[in-house]
Write a protein that binds this ligand. Structure first.
Ligand SMILES: Nc1nc2c(c(=O)[nH]1)N(C=O)[C@@H](CNc1ccc(C(=O)N[C@@H](CCC(=O)O)C(=O)O)cc1)CN2
Ligand SMILES: Nc1ncnc2c1ncn2[C@@H]1O[C@H](COP(=O)(O)OP(=O)(O)OP(=O)(O)O)[C@@H](O)[C@H]1O
Length: 183
């Protein structure tokens, strides 16, 4: 299977997922994140701001902010290039590229060295940490020279036995789904 085929397959499955499933699974994934030692110890996390087609990260961002963690979220600044900016409140988010909520320009840039844990979106993933994104390369480029813990959040229904990857794809340290964790 090619990446394109895997993306298409995941998309057709995703479109059939009920709101009930999405909410329940997001809730279980949120609890798993909160139980992670790396999350509890992290002072600075990098987390995507989810759309309706992704595991919901709004509660985890809220939890992190309430517990005094610094939270950085992605902002697209060019073709396949993104940076991470700190938000201290949801009110700093504005609709940006691809309809995704992004931090406004008043938000401070967070350097890669500051981050201890990243919660990463995916279209699909496998148990061994191979991850499929939208194909624009934003995450693979950004993650290429980073050392923080990388955890992809994935609907269990969208996980595949084996995701096709190439040498530029960054391996996740964990894939967290409502079904099984992978270390
Ligand atoms: N919440 C969130 N933020 C993110 C990403 C992401 O995947 N999710 N990104 C990760 O790169 C970057 C934005 N990049 C994106 C690149 C392409 C598409 C895109 O093509 N979306 C299509 C669906 C494609 C598909 O079916 O896979 C669309 O919206 O129609 C979306 C985001 C940075 N911020
Ligand atoms: N470190 C990198 N430097 C330059 N180009 C890269 C890098 N990583 C990925 N790319 C390029 O980006 C494009 C998209 O890559 P790929 O299909 O792996 O994206 P993806 O993992 O699905 O998406 P994303 O990383 O945005 O979630 C490819 O053309 C790939 O060669």
């Amino acid at each position: 299977m090619t990446k394109q085929e895997a993306r298409y397959l995941a998309g057709t499955i995703r479109n059939r997922l009920s709101d009930f499933y999405r909410e329940k699974a997001s809730q279980v994934i949120l609890e798993k994140v909160q139980q992670m030692e790396e999350y509890q110890n992290a002072e600075v996390i990098f987390c995507y701001v989810s759309t309706e087609d992704e595991v919901n990260t709004w509660p985890v961002i809220g939890h992190a902010l309430e517990h005094g963690k610094k939270v950085g979220v992605p902002v697209c600044i060019g073709d396949g290039i993104m940076e991470v900016r700190e938000i201290t409140s949801f009110s700093q988010l504005k609709k940006g590229a691809y309809g995704i909520m992004e931090p406004d320009s008043s938000c401070r840039k967070i350097e890669k060295e500051e981050i201890q844990l990243a919660l990463i979106p995916c279209v699909s993933a496998d148990q061994t940490g191979r991850r499929l994104g939208h194909g624009a390369g934003y995450y693979d480029r950004y993650l290429a020279d980073t050392r923080f813990v990388k955890a992809a959040l994935c609907w269990g229904e969208l996980m595949m036995d084996r995701i096709p990857v190439d040498e530029l794809d960054i391996r996740m340290d964990r894939v967290i789904s409502e079904k099984e964790d992978c270390e």
